[in-house]
Design a protein around this ligand. Structure first.
Ligand SMILES: *Cc1c(COP(=O)(O)O)cnc(C)c1O
Length: 403
């Protein structure tokens, strides 16, 4: 991997234009997703939540490997449709507009995730007007329950997402009323948190989902055809530690709740765990400064390209790729055996990637490669703040020279 990245950088190096690029390891991602799918029992299906990284090459590469895609806006829906007219799409997200609901009906999405009673009422009318049939899953925000604690949670507490448990009955009443002619109830959807690193607690959460679904099924005499248990599988930005997918699948498959499902399918719709490890943000050190007693390394680029470390207030792991060229007639600035804070080119102290990284050697002109930059990095960033040029994008994949 390093070899390919170094080759890519050396071929694109240009003295007047410091290195600043995202490199996506498409082959690595494909291999990873194939391994994930291989472990999954046949009644479970993997969807990719494209908001983690909607890059077209990523969607294209995943198309033959996943069952389909989860989208949360009409813009995302059209990105998937650019790549495939027929890929199964799950359409979710709060605040869906009428034009989005209509587009979802016209673009033949497989399921709409209902996020509110008003949305359901509007959809019932719009679908009838357009004479389009559609299946829906009710997204549920579970009552305060013991959910695993992570840095992002959308459920188990008051939130803008989904229907509270006490709204289930009203939603079911609307769905089975005579006025509803075009909307078919298919099951339930849950997405309660993001970045859970523990397989065991993730399984406990899903077992709870299944138990609740079974209760509603009995209570309202429903025929549940599908349960979507969301995404939220974590990636650790601190250490070499991965969410244990094998353990997760094993524990889930063994659970009594899963076995009681018989052949009701389970959908997973992760984003982060699919792509996080396969993106690299590479940038050149433009300046090294000592300010009072602290060193700062300033890169070409910043959190306008990769906002994740600022958003989560964490240190983004990195590797230094030394470069030997130095063309100025004066001594190359260099720091040895010191703590260095790595920052970007923006005029704000929030533009920081790593606080006090211990560094053996760093010189102006060296390249910093930020790892784990494939998910929620470029896509969540404020690209035009300060008007610097955008990064380049390169892909390690079959059909180009870098594989
Ligand atoms: C963001 C999101 C996902 C993906 O979450 P990850 O934490 O990236 O796995 C899945 N489902 C819904 C509804 C989402 O909003």
């Amino acid at each position: 991997m390093m070899e390919q990245i170094e080759r890519l950088i050396s071929e694109h190096i240009n003295k007047d234009n410091p290195v600043c690029a995202y490199i996506y390891d498409i082959e690595g991602m494909k291999h990873h997703v194939k391994k994930m799918v291989e472990l999954m029992p046949k009644q479970t299906f993997l969807f990719y939540a494209i908001k983690a990284n909607p890059d077209k090459e990523i969607i294209k590469a995943l198309l033959p490997l996943v069952k389909g895609f989860e989208v949360a806006s009409i813009g995302e829906l059209l990105k998937v449709r650019e790549v495939s007219q027929t890929a199964p799409v799950l359409f979710g997200g709060p605040g869906k507009k009428d034009y989005e609901l209509k587009a979802a009906l016209q673009e033949n999405v497989s399921y709409i995730h209902i996020e509110s009673l008003l949305e359901l009422r509007r959809l019932i009318i719009l679908a009838k007007e357009l004479n389009k049939y559609i299946k829906v899953l009710l997204r549920i925000n579970l009552k305060a329950v013991e959910l695993p604690i992570t840095n992002i949670s959308m459920g188990g507490r008051p939130s803008q997402f989904g229907l509270d448990e006490d709204k289930v009955e009203e939603a079911i009443t609307l769905l089975f009323a005579a006025e509803n002619t075009h909307i078919q109830f298919s099951g339930f959807h849950f997405h309660s948190l993001s970045n859970n690193l523990e397989a065991a607690s993730h399984v406990e959460m899903i077992r709870h989902y299944i138990r609740r679904v079974k209760e509603w099924e009995q209570l309202y005499a429903l025929d549940v055809q599908l349960i979507n248990v969301g995404g939220g599988f974590g990636v650790s930005y601190e250490e070499q530690f991965e969410f244990n997918w094998r353990e997760f699948i094993t524990l889930l498959t063994k659970s009594t709740e899963f076995q009681a499902l018989e052949d009701v399918p389970i959908y997973f719709e992760p984003g982060r765990i699919i792509v996080a490890e396969f993106g690299y943000y590479v940038t050149e050190i433009i300046d090294i400064k000592k300010s009072y007693d602290q060193f700062f390394g300033i890169v070409r680029g910043g959190t306008h390209h990769n906002r994740l470390p600022a958003s989560w207030d964490h240190n983004q792991p990195f590797t230094i790729i030394p470069q030997e060229n130095w063309s100025y007639p004066f001594k190359r600035p260099c720091v040895h055996h010191s703590k260095v804070t790595i920052v970007g080119e923006l005029c704000t102290p929030k533009d920081q990637f790593y606080k006090d990284a211990f560094i053996e050697k760093l010189r102006v002109g060296d390249i910093i490669m930020f790892e784990k930059s494939g998910a929620y990095c470029w896509t969540i960033s404020h690209h035009d703040f300060l008007g610097h040029p955008h990064p380049d994008f390169h892909y390690i994949m079959e059909g180009n020279n870098y594989v």
